[in-house]
Design a binder for this molecule. Structure first.
Ligand SMILES: NC(=O)c1ccc[n+]([C@@H]2O[C@H](COP(=O)([O-])OP(=O)(O)OC[C@H]3O[C@@H](n4cnc5c(N)ncnc54)[C@H](OP(=O)(O)O)[C@@H]3O)[C@@H](O)[C@H]2O)c1
Length: 327
């Protein structure tokens, strides 16, 4: 039996699990989810745990498109039970044809959506997210093309990612002026170790009723406690990717975090997830996972509701202006 919480994505009518699965590990070299068998185990454990939201992108996988293919296969006949959020707009290194660095343009979007639908093995995308701002194409053109996709039934809702506060406001007011579909979600880097989103992005998301989908919720696993003694466990992400983070992170800070969690009989992971889930604009915490047991643990990790005093204590351990910038 699962006890996952479900929330609306922003002010929209779309309901998703408040813990989702980030799918950038599917087909990632050096992980247990590099194979279809490993990916199936994680996706099936997610479904059994009550997770309904799967966040992927066309660019994910050891070659572009692979994560979408693996997600589509793993879901199989259960596709209609879930919400798939995929993305376009990062460099597909030619897989979607020549893009002239204008991946928010009408022609590119039409090619990109057809390719994602084919790879996912579906005839609709629940949430189609503009992965990163395109400096060349006016947002009005991107919005008009996305509106057409919604009218055609290929896409149900649209979201964006990696936009700054002013870019979020610009997109919102352009959509209002055009009268077409507006973005319902914003996906941005946000976790206890990196709270820059609180400066502009969180207030903008709240003001415009966007559901915030924080990415890197576990800071690549640093907030799970498994790296806190300065050693990366065998097979873990920081042994084969982003290894520099092991040298950048402040272990004293991670120790204070562990003590905070232990004092409440919680795991670090439960604190990291619950803290994000308690932020007013957050709709779903989308951690990636490489093993079914991680997913089962994550699905149950937002039950703790921090008090005002506990939030203040966390502010001291993790200041809004980070002690160390982790990139
Ligand atoms: N929009 C964007 O630009 C953007 C950018 C990045 C990510 N994203 C999205 O956000 C999602 C989340 O980001 P992420 O997966 O890169 O980073 P993350 O959630 O901060 O870290 C995920 C890693 O944490 C570890 N982990 C997860 N659950 C665990 C558990 N219960 N116990 C121990 N370790 C656990 C796993 O590491 P091991 O590999 O060590 O097992 C997993 O690979 C992505 O999957 C993707 O969908 C979006």
């Amino acid at each position: 039996m699962n006890s996952v919480e479900y929330r609306r994505l922003g002010n929209s009518g779309l309901t998703i699990s408040a813990v989702g699965l980030g799918c950038n590990n599917l087909g990632r070299a050096g992980t247990a989810t590099e194979t279809q068998e490993g990916a199936d185990a994680v996706i099936h454990a997610s479904l059994e745990s009550g997770i309904t939201f799967f966040d992927v992108a066309d660019v994910y996988g050891r070659e572009p498109g692979l994560s979408e293919i693996m997600l589509g296969k793993a879901l199989g006949s259960r596709r209609d039970e879930v919400v798939i959020g995929t993305k376009f707009g990062m460099d597909m290194v030619g897989a979607n044809g020549n893009d002239f660095d204008a991946r928010g343009s009408r022609g590119y979007i039409i090619r990109a959506v057809e390719a994602s639908l084919r790879r996912l093995g579906t005839d609709y995308i629940d949430l189609y997210q503009f992965h990163t701002p395109d400096q060349r194409t006016p947002i009005a053109e991107t919005l008009a093309a996305l509106d057409d996709l919604v009218q055609a039934g290929k896409v149900r809702y649209i979201g964006h990612s990696n936009r700054s506060g002013w870019q979020i406001a610009d997109a919102e007011f352009t959509a209002r002026m055009q009268g077409g579909e507006r973005f319902i979600s914003s996906q941005n880097h946000y976790n206890l170790l990196d709270r820059r989103a609180e400066l502009e992005v969180c207030p903008a998301a709240e003001a415009y009723g966007l559901g915030l989908l924080p990415y890197f919720p576990l800071a690549n696993g640093l907030l799970t406690g498994k790296y806190s003694d300065g050693v990366a466990p065998e097979g873990s992400r920081l042994t084969h990717a982003r290894t520099h983070l092991m040298h950048q992170v402040d272990y004293g800070q991670l120790r204070e975090f562990s003590e905070f969690a232990v004092a409440r009989d919680l795991t670090e992971l439960q604190v990291a997830f619950s803290w994000l889930a308690a932020q007013p604009s957050v709709s779903s915490v989308i951690a990636g996972a490489t093993r079914p047991e991680q997913v089962r643990e994550n699905a149950q990790a937002i039950a703790w509701k921090p008090s005002v005093e506990e939030l203040s204590e966390l502010d001291v351990i993790f200041p809004k202006t980070p002690k160390v910038a982790l990139f």
